[in-house]
Design a protein around this ligand. Structure first.
Ligand SMILES: Cc1cc2nc3c(=O)[nH]c(=O)nc-3n(C[C@H](O)[C@H](O)[C@H](O)COP(=O)(O)OP(=O)(O)OC[C@H]3O[C@@H](n4cnc5c(N)ncnc54)[C@H](O)[C@@H]3O)c2cc1C
Length: 475
């Protein structure tokens, strides 16, 4: 029997598997596809995901395969540089194709001991008070204590649970593909720039070896999005929207995506949870979906591990829904807003011009960037110091960097006073006495996901907060 079955080996499921393994949880990932598909959806990691990779010692391998880009221009493609002095040590976007991200996360999950079964589809599930039984397409079944549906926007787990997925269906559809173009790079660039002045859902950018990544609005919304467009359909839309098909030929792959926007009503039903696209879908504007899923996994992993290990305080596992559901609702809203801002309707274009003016105001620009990069998130821990509920940026310490000290996925009491103690929780919380100087509060208690649970210098108030996140002190 496994502790956790994860349905879906996309970025969310793989990240979650690795998080659970940090705590010795026996985990299996079931992935229905026998091999990784060639389609490249996400093109990069935003600041908070980059920080998350750093907090788990994965950043070096991502940097080795990615390219750093400036942060500005991601909100509705409004071209404006990011404000200076963002509250992060990683003020850039890491350009990296999702196929590479998925491969790196799969390698890492396997290295830390997760079992990944490819070509293995979950088709049914039942749960009782002791565990969950997953029925597989090959007629066999598997048993575990918990199961997490990370099986994407058309989640089988969500459907089997009967969890409602309210929101809006797709109103527009976009064709996406990689192909060769006979038109010269100068012509492609000039036409693209001209069309994009009004139609932001049009684009053709070189990705190397004479291949371009091309996007163009579709004519309508396909009944079955799983059926890819033909090259002829693609070229026809390029001509209709851009006035030329660039002599497109030799497609590597073609696909279509919509702008359906939906949020699961509940992230947990008993012993079964939902994460990533299984819990929320929205258009890819701003490049947030993969990042959101990876961060769901980062929030859930240690809580589920604590539940299985038996030290989770009441409500810890449910705090996953309470914290992450509003974050997804906010992302859905900002993508709805971005889609409006990218509409070619005159009213929407006027609002766009207005926002282009407002983004010149540094605080407006900062707020939008903090949304897209997810560094503005503040979970509701009930108030307190303004850092409480937020993730803490990396800071230099005399013993190294804060994020390097978090790689084990444990809680951390970072203490500049030297007078505090978390001794009763030493098996769950590291106590680091360090006066590195960059931290401008006496001490912070960090959860394993880097969010600040407590700030201060008073032992009694610290002792009151520790059980809320880390359970009872050891006897
Ligand atoms: C065109 C496009 C561009 C995008 N660009 C960005 C971007 O720049 N940045 C960004 O952050 N996000 C982007 N996204 C969104 C991103 O691709 C998704 O949010 C992300 O892949 C979600 O990860 P996931 O692991 O939750 O789900 P998925 O990646 O969908 O993975 C789910 C996995 O579950 C498997 N599965 C499904 N059903 C079963 C089953 N019954 N049993 C077993 N396995 C199953 C599937 O085969 C799949 O491998 C983009 C999306 C699109 C369409």
């Amino acid at each position: 029997m496994f502790d956790v079955i994860i349905a879906g080996g996309g970025p969310t499921g793989l990240m979650l598997a690795a998080e659970l393994r940090l705590h010795g949880i026996r985990v299996v990932v079931l992935e229905k596809d026998a091999a990784q598909p060639p389609y490249v959806r996400s093109l990069g990691l935003h600041v908070r995901s980059i920080e998350v990779m750093d907090q788990r010692g994965l950043l070096e391998r991502f940097l080795a395969h990615g390219t750093r880009h400036p942060l500005g221009g991601f909100f509705a493609a409004l071209l404006h540089p990011a404000p200076e002095r963002l509250d992060t040590a990683h003020g850039y976007v890491l350009g990296i194709p999702q196929t590479v991200t998925d491969r790196l996360l799969a390698e890492h999950a396997a290295e830390v001991g997760a079992e990944i079964r490819r070509g293995c589809e979950l088709v049914g599930l039942t749960q009782d008070e002791h565990g969950v039984t997953a029925e597989l397409a090959d007629g066999t079944s598997l048993r575990s204590r918990y199961l997490v549906g990370c099986d994407g926007g058309r989640s089988t787990v969500r459907r089997l649970l009967g969890v409602a997925f309210p929101g809006e269906p797709s109103r527009v559809e976009t064709l996406l593909g990689e192909m060769e173009l006979t038109a010269s790079p100068e012509v492609v660039a000039a036409v693209t720039a001209e069309v994009r002045e009004v139609q932001k859902r049009f684009g053709a950018g070189p990705i190397g070896d004479g291949v371009y990544r091309v996007v163009v609005p579709a004519e309508g919304v396909a009944e079955d999005r799983a059926t890819p467009p033909t090259l002829d359909e693609f070229k026809q839309q390029l001509r209709a929207v851009g006035g030329t098909d660039f002599g497109a030929h030799s497609p590597r792959w073609l696909s279509r995506f919509g702008d359906a926007t939906r949020l699961a009503e509940r992230y947990r039903v008993g012993r079964v949870l939902l994460a990533g696209d299984a819990a929320h879908i929205h258009p890819p504007t701003g490049g947030q979906g993969l990042n959101l899923g990876v961060q769901d996994a980062f929030n859930l992993g240690w809580k589920l591990a604590a539940q299985i290990a038996g030290w989770a305080p009441d409500g810890l596992l449910d705090s996953y829904h309470d914290e992450r559901h509003p974050v997804a609702a906010d992302v859905l809203d900002n993508t709805r807003a971005q889609m409006e801002l990218m509409s070619t309707e005159p009213g929407a274009q006027a609002v766009r011009r207005l926002l282009a003016e407002l983004i010149e105001i540094e605080e407006v620009n900062r707020r939008l960037i903090e949304k897209i990069t997810a560094i503005g998130i503040r979970y509701d821990f009930g108030g307190g110091h303004e850092l409480v509920g937020r993730r803490l940026r990396d800071v230099r310490l005399t013993q190294g960097r804060l994020y390097e000290l978090m790689r084990g996925g444990r809680g951390l009491l970072l203490d500049q006073t030297g007078a505090l103690s978390a001794a009763g929780w030493a098996d769950r919380v590291d106590h680091v006495v360090d006066g590195g100087g960059e931290l401008d509060v006496p001490a912070v208690l960090l959860r394993p996901d880097g969010h600040v649970a407590w700030v201060g210098d008073d032992q009694r108030s610290l002792a009151a907060v520790l059980p809320r996140w880390f359970g009872a002190a050891a006897g």
